[in-house]
Design a binder for this molecule. Structure first.
Ligand code: PAF
Length: 283
């Protein structure tokens, strides 16, 4: 049976465990998560292991990145299976603080990001989101002092925001983005996929398929504006309420009008039933 990883739930316990690791001069990789772990998260863990001798996974459902009408209270919490999966992956340490430990009474600080955080993508629909993410990830970086932090590219704007923040605040951590892990039919793995009804689950891969079709059209010399308009129509016709389907510069997230202007990233967010899905691909 796999050895259960050390679980720290208080800051002194975290620092004791990290001191032991550091005493052996081991490099540390952090994989920040909100639990409800799936193959996508486990891929991040495996990538973390390739980069550092020791891997810390944080599991914390962060209330400050949810708006009051969002799913903080119902977000899937699957501690026992998460623990078993991380034991199988031979993770060294799990950082699992509670809300009071992360945000003690009187907590009054929020990291406010610009640049990629105000690219008019997720921020337009979830204005609270990147402040909450940057604040908690900033805290996780300060608490764990990792050499490397591993994030999925599925939350592409989040990856850009966190990378920028780590650089701007001299947090001394190398942020690494790992390609999205997909189901066999192309749906990006996400903890929120459990919300989908069977019919919604059948339709959900339309997002990925449409992005791939648009990318192909573009590479074959098609016009970007036309491809995006047709893609948006395909997504809506499949039954989604589309928030955005955008072509952006892959590095800056600035709007982009043609392939010649730089590497393009397609980014999409759409609701199917009550579930909001996001995805993106490089062109
Ligand atoms: O991507 C996530 O799961 C979360 O936004 C993160 C980075 C763990 C911060 O809470």
């Amino acid at each position: 049976m796999a050895r259960t990883p050390v679980v720290a739930r208080t800051l002194p316990a975290l620092h004791r465990a990290l001191d032991k690791i550091r005493a052996r001069n081991a490099r540390v990789a952090l994989v920040p998560t909100m639990g409800a772990l799936h193959e996508g998260h486990l891929t991040l863990v495996r990538q973390a292991k390739r980069r550092c001798e020791k891997v810390v996974v944080s599991i914390f459902v962060n209330p400050t990145q949810f708006a009051p009408h969002e799913d903080f209270s119902t977000y899937p919490r699957t501690w026992k299976t998460d623990l078993a999966k991380l034991a199988d992956e031979k993770v060294d340490l799990i950082w699992n603080p509670d809300v009071k430990t992360m945000y003690p009474d009187g907590f009054a600080t929020r990291i406010s990001c610009e640049g990629p955080a105000i690219a008019d993508l997720e921020d337009r629909y979830r204005p609270h989101f990147f402040g909450g993410v940057a604040t908690v990830v900033g805290k996780l970086f300060i608490q764990c002092k990792p050499d490397v932090a591993v994030f999925g590219q599925k939350d592409f704007q989040q990856l850009r925001v966190v990378t920028q923040m780590a650089r701007d605040l001299d947090l001394g951590v190398k942020v690494v983005g790992i390609p999205t892990v997909r189901e066999r039919d192309g749906l990006a793995m996400s903890s929120r996929n459990v919300y989908l009804s069977p019919e919604e689950r059948r339709i959900a891969p339309t997002l990925y398929r449409t992005m791939k079709d648009c990318a192909r059209q573009l590479r074959d010399g098609g016009d970007l504006k036309t491809a995006m308009a047709e893609g948006a129509a395909a997504i809506s016709n499949a039954g989604f309420a589309l928030d955005y389907f955008e072509a952006r510069h892959a590095d800056t997230l600035a709007p982009i009008a043609s392939l010649s202007e730089g590497p393009i990233r397609f980014l999409v967010a759409a609701k199917i039933g009550t579930t909001r899905l996001i995805d993106n691909i490089g062109v």
